[in-house]
Ligand binder design. Structure first.
Ligand code: ADP
Ligand code: MG
Length: 699
């Protein structure tokens, strides 16, 4: 291995440089064409690519290959086959064919399919996605693939993402060409996803069933210190954390993941990593890889990495900011205000397309970030509220207002504001990025969607965003396409006015954490979908099925299958949490509680035996408090247990999810309150698992 970072970077990736070096010229050209414009790859070309890939992989120590895919579990999946092939005489050769590269046939029957694929046709297939580079990990060549059923229905997260990128490309190109920007041939979505996570000591982690089974603590009295000193954010990295981050950076660099930023986050033991942005498909793959490596490297550092959205009560949870923009093959960022009048118009058109999209499909945006874990964050004054709104900053808001009113916003600066004729002011990042409470903020030359949770695959939110923007661009195109060139500029201005008038209700620059905003949002008719069961019915609302089918992102069946998978996943998650909590309370906490009460009682009795006149009011107080708590625990535990049995009988997915939300989560809250109250006065040494004090301040 080399020492310099530029040499290290991408050293385990079959990237463009390796392709150019190792493929015959014709093959290289054919493959590049496939990557850039999605053309079909002939089998003989695939054979040549496969042979070169295998040779390269074997030189780098690989013995196996795997089709790497992203089923609906939210995790990645892989099945490894070795390159070996018997060559008679008891010998083997290392082989890898074009067919093996292009298509795999994993048994799909044990992946979530939401009833899409009857079990008798259990085979699914994986198809090579050449737009995301293959790489080597743990002795295998990883080939990024899409995962579909035999009849072509998407069973994964990559397929709809690729479809949505295509839809957006098609619609954006039409608009761009109409605006006169004709040299552009392709438009990609770019994504930079900032990943938050917690690190705790591995031995402590292993002692808690809730962390092991659920990824979050279900019990635990708060530590005396939380995040109130604001001393962790951007604080000095502790040596163990720094060493972990160093190794993580290096391993990710080798895999061609352009990780750039690392720092401590708000909560104790919380950190963040951010990469340089990339095209959506590659960025999503890289984020999956990042999450996986975070856990793996943690393990080798005797740490556990928690990606759950809310591992600890009382301190911030973790999110994943999804920075999103559009870039042309000529290198232009379409959300960059630009410097010329033409760029100015183009920017405003694309800006309004995004605003219209988010307003029209705010419900879907909310659906796309719904998970049992993320429900603990959204609206909890540490993350954006569950109400989707857009922050533009005062300056840009004023620009839109002046367009709407036909007034001259920049008069003070002696610049008449007229679309297409004058230059927009440069929006410095600091004027647009102040408000951290907004779910969807314009940050100078991109939008930052701040609702996704830390554990989520960002494929989903980007599918929604891409498709919704494709739709609003399509509407813009249809509104303008038949207008003669000479009238176009006025037509654009009128259209912008109309769009601003129609969609300004989604714009909000104020503090999203306040009750006043909740009331105001309701007045404006904005969605406030507080929980996953509240949000999910919108996934199958007619307007949303229309959107997805019109742009060929999902069929109606695919939407229904996903709807079911998400609801079932939610209920199963809370079911596991309920069982884990009952188990911990019964087998771990209760024995600790009783032995402490018994110890204190014994101590009081001993004292009385020695000198009956001695007071024992402190002991009595402890015994009384803990007895009261144990009574509460007994009641709460039997409620949770009975209601969970009830929940298990529910079959209709939405009704079950609602029941888990309304009944089981409240039961769990009641049980936790009683246990935590007791835990606060029981010495740590009585508990068979570590407390918040130890977990949050262990490193
Ligand atoms: P923050 O203040 O939120 O940390 P940064 O400017 O550091 O903001 O950027 C955060 C993320 O946004 C990074 O991952 C960065 O690569 C990404 N980003 C920057 N420009 C774009 C773009 N044009 N498209 C998508 N993501 C972008
Ligand atoms: Mg950010």
């Amino acid at each position: 291995m080399t020492n310099t970072i530029p040499e290290l970077y991408g050293s385990l990736v079959f990237n463009n440089k390796v392709m150019r070096e190792r493929l015959p010229k014709d093959t290289y050209k054919a493959l590049r064409k496939t990557i850039q414009s999605g053309t079909h790859l002939e089998l003989d070309v695939a054979n040549t690519v496969a042979a070169a890939m295998k040779e390269w992989a074997v030189e780098h120590g690989a013995t196996h290959f795997t089709h790497w895919f992203q089923p609906m579990t939210g995790f990645t999946a892989e099945k490894h086959d070795s390159f070996i092939s018997p060559s008679g005489d008891g010998q083997i050769i290392m082989e890898f064919s074009g067919k093996e590269l292009i298509k795999g046939e994993p048994d799909a029957s044990s992946f979530p399919s939401g009833g899409l694929r009857a079990t008798f046709e259990a085979r699914g297939y994986t198809a090579w996605d050449p737009t995301s580079p293959a790489f080597i990990k743990d002795g295998s060549l990883y080939i990024p693939t899409a995962f579909c059923s035999y009849s072509g229905e998407a069973l994964d997260k990559k397929t709809p993402l690729l479809r949505s990128m295509e839809a957006l490309n098609a619609e954006a190109l039409k608009v761009l060409h109409l605006l006169g920007n004709k040299s552009v041939k392709k438009i990609d979505t770019t994504i930079g996803s900032e990943q938050e996570y917690f690190l705790v000591d591995k031995n402590l982690y292993k002692q808690r069933k809730d962390l092991l089974f659920c990824g979050r603590t279900l019990l635990g009295a708060p530590a005396p210190k939380g995040q109130e000193m604001e001393d962790h954010y951007f604080g000095v990295l502790k040596p163990k954390v720094a060493s972990y981050m160093h190794d993580l950076d290096e391993e990710l660099w080798k895999l061609g993941v352009p990780v750039k930023t690392k720092h401590n986050e708000v909560a104790p033991a919380q950190h963040e990593l951010a990469p340089v942005f990339d095209t959506a498909n590659v960025a999503v793959d890289h984020n999956q890889l990042t999450m996986e490596m975070m856990k793996k490297i943690a393990d080798s550092h005797h740490l556990a990495c928690l990606l759950h959205e809310k591992p600890f009560e009382g301190v911030n949870g973790s999110g994943k900011h999804n920075n999103w923009s559009l870039v042309t093959d000529t290198g232009e960022n379409l959300l960059d205000p630009g410097k010329t009048p033409a760029e100015n118009t183009q920017f405003l058109v694309f800006l309004m397309a995004v605003i219209a999209a988010v307003d029209d499909y705010a419900d879907l945006m909310r659906v796309s970030v719904a998970s049992a874990g993320n429900d603990h964050r959204l609206g909890a004054n540490e993350a954006p509220p569950a109400i989707v709104s857009i922050f533009l900053g005062d300056e840009l808001t004023a620009v839109l207002k002046s367009i709407e009113d036909g007034s001259d916003f920049l008069k003070q600066k002696q610049t008449l504001m007229e679309i297409g004729a004058h230059v927009l002011p440069h929006f410095a990042k600091d004027t647009t990025d102040r408000n951290r409470t907004s779910p969807f903020a314009f940050t100078g030359n991109k939008f930052e969607f701040r609702m996704p949770g830390s554990a989520l695959s960002v494929a989903g939110p980007n599918v929604v965003l891409n498709t919704a923007v494709a739709e609003s661009l399509s509407q813009i195109y249809h509104a303008l396409k038949d207008i003669p060139e000479s009238e176009r500029s006025t037509a654009i201005e009128d259209l912008l006015k109309e769009l601003i008038r129609k969609h300004k209700r989604i714009l909000f620059n104020g503090n999203g954490y306040t009750d006043a905003w909740v009331a105001e949002a309701e007045k404006r008719g904005l969605w406030n979908l507080k929980s996953l069961p509240d949000a999910l019915p919108q996934f199958i609302a007619e307007k949303n099925i229309d959107l997805f089918t019109r742009h060929q992102i999902f069929t109606k069946e695919e939407i229904h299958s996903r709807y079911e998978i998400i609801l079932e996943n939610y209920s199963k998650t809370i079911h596991i949490e309920s069982l884990t909590m009952q188990d911990m309370v019964k087998k771990d906490f209760t024995p600790a509680l009783f032995s402490y009460v018994s110890e204190v009682s014994k101590e009081a009795l001993d004292k009385k035996k020695l000198l009956p006149s001695l007071p024992a009011s402190y002991e009595e107080q402890i015994i009384k408090t803990l007895t009261k708590a144990s009574e509460q625990i007994a009641t709460a535990l039997s409620n949770l247990s009975a209601d969970t049995l009830q929940a298990e009988k529910m079959e209709e997915p939405l009704a079950a999810a609602r029941y888990y939300h309304d009944i089981i989560l409240s039961d769990m809250d009641a049980l936790r309150a009683a246990v935590d109250q007791a835990e606060a006065i029981i010495p740590g040494c009585y508990l068979p698992y570590p407390t918040y004090d130890e977990l949050l301040f262990s490193l």
